[in-house]
Design a protein around this ligand. Structure first.
Ligand code: ZN
Length: 375
């Protein structure tokens, strides 16, 4: 066989890979075992229902969708993000007898939490690794417990370890990635992630969140500190904001920043609690909103970083809507245009907000000190 033939074969293979986007879904059958209590919104059914809808809609049977099973993160993985004393405390608290101890008033530690939180972090690592190794083009880690409210030495808001930061630090260490752009579309501000990267210019943290709402951080004036100044971007959204506003957010803020920052990979903290029926928040996103954001991300990733996107699940508590929102994101990631997007309940009117448009202009003014594109 001539060299030309060998090269020819490789090019043909490469074309095939490029034409069909391959998407990974990270899942472990133990994820529903984390049970913070019958009163708690972070319920096992969030994932059980999601896997059922993905199955029923035929997503799992698609040849370009693979389900990947994670291993627990190692202590070394955790230590890249968290203090040893904090890790030991979570381990100790989750061994205590009785139904559960409390980390914070909203974050119980039922027995076995440590093992499941470590398995959740391992799921985030696998989503990043599968993309970095080229096994898939993009991935969605269907993990719980969530992570974006956990900082170096604290947890809360249903979070114990910061899954997305653990994934990022794994990729930095093992795959030589240098620039990470986080989109956090969860309805709550990811205070833990922001804290971890507040002084770090290699991670551009971009969050949209309802304000006022837990945890109360994430004003437009929180932009990072020291070398990290300008690398934290917060857009608080007033209660009632519809998903229709996200197009402007992507056009005016996220996409220009991404083009100038040029990330090696897009990382997403995907909480679907901005959905209009969410029981603990008051925004008005619909299922279609999530598909539209995901499509913008896919296009940007293809332009800027070889299509690399790694998504980790955060919140989202409406047990009927969340599975369809996640399905809409995954079908978009995988380019499954034959699978229709379903709104299980008719969404409210999707109004454009003057306040949001004005706030976007205010943020651009603040960011003009750091970013040429806004100067
Ligand atoms: Zn949330």
């Amino acid at each position: 066989m001539s060299i030309a033939t060998v090269i020819g074969v490789d090019i043909a293979n490469l074309r095939k890979v490029l034409e069909v986007r391959k998407t990974g879904i990270v899942y472990h059958e133990d994820y529903p075992k984390h049970d913070p209590g019958p009163w708690h919104p972070e319920r096992p059914e969030r994932l059980i229902n999601t896997m059922r809808v993905l199955e029923e809609r035929g997503v799992l049977a698609k040849p370009n969708v693979v389900v990947l099973k994670p291993e627990p993160a190692t202590e070394e993985d955790l230590l890249r993000v968290h203090d040893k004393s904090y890790i030991d405390m979570i381990r100790r608290m989750s061994q205590s007898p009785g139904p559960y101890t409390m980390l914070t008033p909203d974050t119980p530690i039922p027995r076995g939490t440590y093992e499941l939180a470590v398995l959740s972090a391992g799921g985030a690592i696998l989503a990043g690794r599968a993309v970095a190794e080229g096994e898939v083009n993009n991935a969605f880690a269907l993990i719980r417990p969530p992570g974006h409210h956990a900082g170096r030495d604290y947890g809360g808001g249903f979070c114990y370890f910061n899954n997305i930061a653990i994934m990022i630090e794994y990729l930095r260490q093992n795959h030589g990635y240098k620039r990470f752009m986080i989109l956090d579309w969860d309805v709550h501000h990811g205070n833990g992630t922001q804290d971890i990267y507040y002084q770090d210019p290699s991670v551009l943290y971009f969050s949209t969140h309802q304000s006022p709402l837990y945890p109360g951080t994430g004003s437009i004036h929180e932009v990072g500190r020291g070398e990290g100044e300008g690398y934290t971007v917060n857009l608080p959204l007033p209660p009632g904001t519809s998903g229709a506003n996200y197009q402007l957010i992507m056009d005016e803020l996220f996409a220009p920043l991404a083009e100038e920052f040029k990330p090696d990979i897009f990382c997403v903290s995907a909480g679907q609690d901005a959905y209009f029926l969410d029981p603990i928040a008051n925004l008005r996103f619909c299922i279609k909103t999530y598909a539209e954001i995901a499509q913008r991300l896919v296009d940007l990733a293809e332009k800027l970083c070889n299509g690399r996107i790694s998504i980790v699940l955060e919140g989202g508590y409406n047990l009927q809507g969340v599975p369809h929102a996640i399905t809409a994101v995954i079908t978009t990631l995988a380019g499954l245009t034959d699978i229709e997007i379903i709104e299980p309940v008719n969404p409210p009117p999707q109004e454009i907000s003057e306040t949001v448009a004005k706030r976007i202009q205010d943020i651009k003014k603040i960011l003009s000190r750091y970013w040429k594109i806004f100067a």
